[in-house]
Ligand binder design. Sequence first.
Ligand SMILES: [Zn+2]
Length: 128
Amino acid sequence: MKAYCKICKTIIYPTSDFEFGVMALSHIMQYHFSHPSYSELLEKIIEQTKNDFIIEKDGRKMEIWTIYKHPLDYPEKFVARKFIFDKPTSEILIGDTLEEIRKLLPGGLTRIERDPKDDPVIVEAWIG
Ligand SMILES: [Zn+2]
């Protein structure tokens, strides 16, 4: 089987329909990401595939610390819980105030405002 990319005229030689799909999609993603007929679809595919990968930044797994004010399990405290991407870990920091928790967080993180849709006990998150 031989197929031409209409956008850049590259030729691919898949051996089956399945392989055509894989080769054509990877070609499009690599070279024509911003082409209007694909950009929205590819963004959806990237969002979806993020669920199936743990993303590393500079060799480190992306970590997110979510800070909670007076959660059910520590009703008097501020608590930060560590997630690796969207997967919870057992790491937890406990403090009496938001300032105290912020000081306990590892360095090099970036603050993310809470989303109005977040659970009311969520104060903010830190990503790194
Ligand atoms: Zn092309």
